[in-house]
Design a protein. Structure first.
Length: 245
């Protein structure tokens, strides 16, 4: 973890709060933000800054109040704060599944899912095109925490149909207990059953050994297309050669 820089990243030019994000003494980021905007976007921050706690007393741009958030991911908090302050010109429209899950955790913790909904839809639309990306399983808990119901269904189907490796319950839950264990077990079981059904269907074909007849090759190609159309088998990651091996 990088050492904390002396200067804060200015997200609000007249900010009255400096967030120290990360675990001291190696805090990753200092963020100058507006308590008013954070309070408007997040009920959790609204309580924090309403004056009942030390963090919300004597707030002034002349001497920003320091608020330590040692348990939060610094990069994710910076992104969420930029969205809340509409400082999004430098935000990327593509992120990794791990980054997406970390952002979802921040939004859930501070109850600001609605504030990042538009960006969440942009990010997940791109990520759904990359089912073989490392840690794609984390998309499941991210979609759940961000209340993206249609995307949650699509992620579930993609995990079942587009992944050859056995799914990790730990990865799908991102190490947390937000998702019911029965749901994760059901997805894992369905992936196994789907692969098993596909193997049973393809085995009579591939068991014949080397394919030499052109008509036979075309028949297999047609069958492969039908599997793709019906989304039974992740053909982008499983081929006849692999099945024959």
């Amino acid at each position: 973890m990088a050492e904390m820089s002396t200067a804060a990243e200015i997200i609000a030019k007249r900010g009255d709060v400096e967030l120290y994000v990360g675990r001291a003494p190696q805090t990753e980021k200092k963020l100058l933000v507006s308590s008013m905007l954070l309070s408007y976007m997040s009920p959790v921050f609204a309580v924090m800054f309403d004056g009942r706690f030390a963090e919300g007393q004597a707030l002034t741009p002349a001497s920003p109040r320091v608020v330590s958030l040692p348990e939060d991911d610094a990069d994710s908090m910076a992104i969420v704060c930029k969205i809340m302050h509409t400082r999004t010109a430098d935000l990327s429209v593509t992120i990794t599944p791990t980054q997406f899950a970390d952002i979802a955790m921040i939004c859930h913790k501070y109850d600001c899912v609605d504030a990042v909904r538009a960006w969440s839809i942009i990010w997940i639309a791109d990520l759904l095109q990359k089912p073989t990306a490392p840690d794609f399983e984390k998309m499941l808990v991210a979609a759940y925490l961000l209340d993206l119901a249609p995307e949650f269904l699509r992620v579930s189907k993609s995990l079942i149909r587009d992944r050859c490796d056995l799914l990790s319950i730990s990865a799908m839950s991102n190490g947390e207990d937000f998702l019911p264990l029965r749901l994760l077990e059901r997805i894992t079981k369905e992936q196994y059953e789907t692969q098993k059904r596909a193997l049973v269907a393809l085995n009579p074909i591939v068991a014949k050994g080397k394919i030499t007849c052109e008509a036979y090759q075309k028949a297999i190609g047609f069958l492969s297309q039908e599997f793709r159309k019906t989304q039974i088998w992740p053909l982008q990651t499983m081929s006849v050669k692999v099945l024959q091996a």
